[in-house]
Write a protein that binds this ligand. Structure first.
Ligand code: PEP
Length: 239
């Protein structure tokens, strides 16, 4: 588990008062990554004082242009963000993002110099139908950029996000092993260096178990990342 990477995804949560949580996280550790909403990125970068990596939860695939309401990867980088999450299941579902869209966003993130976390994961129905490898394999094939530099994968079973339910450690091991095999097949030895995060209802009390599984290089944390106390407890459990 050693150097597990713990990444918080605040989703559409947080007002300026929440920056105190960022400051508290940064005061306690210098290895956490947090993706607040776009509105808080500049404030989070300032509050983190260089001790916490701030990222975006999404970006547009184009660097600029007539795309009302959208934010480009270059804009995130300009604010001091160091990474971007792409292909989160909430964006795939709520915004109809396809693997092709996700790949374009991943390429845009890399072009802007950001590390990119590409999310994949099956729905409950797909798991029940025995389609986990088919679904995750298809998402990987369609969503990833062409090189492993700055690339991180997050395996997030959709049915585990925000539900308090998690896969068994054996199931996590199986899917992470499958993802590793896909990475090796596509990228050769470089695929070994890609970190694979687990995401979906990670809490302080289950972090050690989930993060202790083979090929789990860290966690993408939603609800439990909103307070410093909770995210720090997860990071401590992962140590
Ligand atoms: C997420 O949104 O990426 C996530 C894993 O959420 P939660 O931890 O709340 O399940």
């Amino acid at each position: 588990m050693g150097n597990a990477l713990i990444v918080g995804n605040w989703k559409m949560n947080g007002l300026s008062a929440s920056l105190a949580e960022i400051a508290a996280m940064a005061a306690a550790r210098n290895d956490l990554w947090v993706a607040p909403p776009f509105t808080l990125i500049a404030g989070a970068v300032a509050a983190a004082q260089g001790r916490l990596r701030v990222g975006g939860q999404d970006c547009h695939s184009r660097p600029n242009g007539a795309h009302t309401g959208c934010v480009s990867a270059a804009m995130l980088a300009d604010l001091g963000a160091g990474f971007v999450i792409v292909g989160h299941s909430e964006r795939r579902t709520d915004n109809g993002e396809t693997d092709t869209d996700v790949r374009a966003k991943a390429l845009a993130g890399r072009a802007a110099g950001l590390d990119v976390i590409v999310c994949v994961g099956e729905t409950e129905g797909q798991r029940d139908a025995g389609e986990v490898e088919a679904v995750v394999g298809r998402q990987l094939a369609g969503s990833l950029p062409d090189a492993t530099d700055g690339l991180i994968i997050a395996y997030e079973p959709v049915w585990a996000i925000g539900t308090g339910r998690t896969p068994t450690p054996e199931d996590v091991t199986a899917v992470h092993g499958f993802i590793r095999a896909q990475l090796l097949a596509r990228f050769g030895d470089a695929g070994q260096g890609v970190r694979i995060l687990y995401g979906g209802s990670v809490k302080p009390d289950n972090a050690a178990l989930l993060l202790g599984q083979p090929d789990v290089g860290g966690a993408l944390v939603g609800g439990a990342s909103l307070t410093a106390a909770s995210l720090l407890a997860i990071a401590a459990a992962a140590a």
